[in-house]
Design a protein around this ligand. Structure first.
Ligand SMILES: Cc1cc2nc3c(=O)[nH]c(=O)nc-3n(C[C@H](O)[C@H](O)[C@H](O)COP(=O)(O)O)c2cc1C
Length: 212
């Protein structure tokens, strides 16, 4: 990275130190290359049938961030952070099956017969009921969002995930195609103030063993 950020290598430190930062140094700008590198790490995320339905809209120009501000309830991090990455889910992501599995076959990672079977199965499931894929795409987009935030923290950066925005206005203002569902906005940048402390319910409060 072309700055003096502290890169954290210890996974558990990254995990426990990540908290939502809502105040950023506005003079700190990530380069396109740095954002690309962050996304390269994030896209190692798993996805159902490896269909990778996540899509990103990187909002980096100051003017565009200003445009997003009122749509995101005037949350100041939108304009102060280096970038806001909108994570979107392609609710028609199953249509990418042939492309993805085709490349997988080309690279010798899957026999052609498996490709044919997979594609046929997906066509049966989602061809008749495409709405069934929506939840799957949203789950996959949630997983990648977490990876993105941890990958940022490992680079000494901070993030805040945001659901506090008007999705309809966001879709209109940013001309989001109809197959993409906005999942969350993630502001990323260099913290100006530490995150507020937050607590967690205990493992015992959220865990049941074997059956309910
Ligand atoms: C899906 C989602 C939406 C969120 N939306 C907002 C938001 O709009 N604004 C905000 O300041 N924080 C938002 N948060 C951050 C949560 O408030 C925060 O993750 C939670 O309080 C735990 O704190 P921590 O992230 O600092 O550990 C959101 C978190 C998630 C996962």
């Amino acid at each position: 990275m072309s700055n003096e950020l502290q890169v954290k290598a210890d996974f558990f430190e990254v995990l426990h130190d990540r908290h939502s930062v809502r105040s950023y140094d506005p003079s700190f700008k990530m380069t396109d290359e740095e954002i690309r590198s962050l996304l390269e790490d994030a896209i190692t995320s798993p996805s159902s049938s490896n269909l990778q339905p996540w899509r990103f809209l990187v909002i980096k120009d100051q003017e565009t961030k200003e445009q997003l501000l009122p749509i995101a309830m005037n949350q100041q991090q939108v304009v102060e952070a280096s970038a806001v990455i909108a994570v979107l889910a392609d609710v028609e992501g199953y249509k990418q099956a042939e492309l993805i599995y085709g490349r997988t076959v080309e690279q010798g990672l899957m026999p052609e017969s498996v490709l044919t079977g997979y594609v046929a199965r997906l066509k049966t499931i989602y061809g008749e009921k495409p709405e069934l894929y929506r939840d799957t795409a949203l789950i996959d987009a949630g997983l990648i969002s977490m990876q993105l935030m941890l990958a940022a923290k490992a680079r000494g950066l901070d993030t805040v995930p945001m659901g506090g925005y008007d999705a309809a206005k966001f879709i209109e203002a940013f001309k989001v195609p109809s197959n993409l569902a906005p999942v969350m906005l993630i502001a990323v940048g260099k913290a100006a103030k530490e995150a507020r402390k937050s607590l967690r319910l205990s493992v015992d409060e959220v865990t049941t063993w074997n059956t309910f």
